[in-house]
Ligand binder design. Structure first.
Ligand SMILES: [Zn+2]
Length: 170
């Protein structure tokens, strides 16, 4: 009788251990799968974020180039700077829109003061930036000993507005 009991008990123990092993390995498999899926998802997200960042940088560059070329062609077309004289056009009927009822509402014209430095810059008086070849160049204030010493050699500091590069020229 005792032997049978012992055998039954050991059998039960073994069964229990096997059950625990099976369920643990099943649980492990499930967890591993989930972790893999999460890893894949986060890799995808990182990838997408990287692509978004790249495309926005490209878009920014394109807009910058477009603005630059528009500015260049405008300043090339009007060498004396941009001047609007509204008195010349005031009171004259506008051509092209037909009946005044169909004229689009335009914002009032605003005159901008012309900075002589900007005109010089538009004319390309100071040449171009040796770093990025932009003509958006300004005389820079003399700072530091070097700038003041160079004054005696008629060399002045300039600053590129496009890339912030500082350089010296006669
Ligand atoms: Zn530059």
């Amino acid at each position: 009788m005792e032997k049978l009991q012992d055998k039954l008990i050991t059998d039960f123990r073994e069964m229990g251990q096997r059950a625990i092993q099976v369920s643990t390995s099943a649980l492990n498999d499930q967890l591993n799968e989930r972790i893999e899926t999460l890893e894949q998802v986060s890799a995808l997200q990182t990838n997408t974020l990287g692509k978004l960042r790249e495309s926005s940088a490209v878009a920014e560059k394109r807009v910058g180039h477009a603005v630059d070329s528009i500015e260049k062609s405008l300043s090339a077309a009007v060498p004396g700077g941009f001047k609007l004289e509204p008195s010349q056009y005031a009171g004259q009927p506008q051509i092209g829109y037909g009946h005044p009822q169909f004229q689009p509402a335009l914002p009032p014209l605003q005159l901008a003061r012309i900075d002589p430095e900007e005109v010089a810059e538009a004319e390309g008086k100071y040449g171009f930036c040796p770093n990025c070849t932009s003509t958006k160049i300004r005389r820079s204030n003399r700072q530091g000993l070097l700038d003041h010493v160079l004054r005696f050699f008629f060399v002045a500091p300039f600053r590129c507005k496009a890339c912030r590069h500082k350089f010296y020229k006669f």
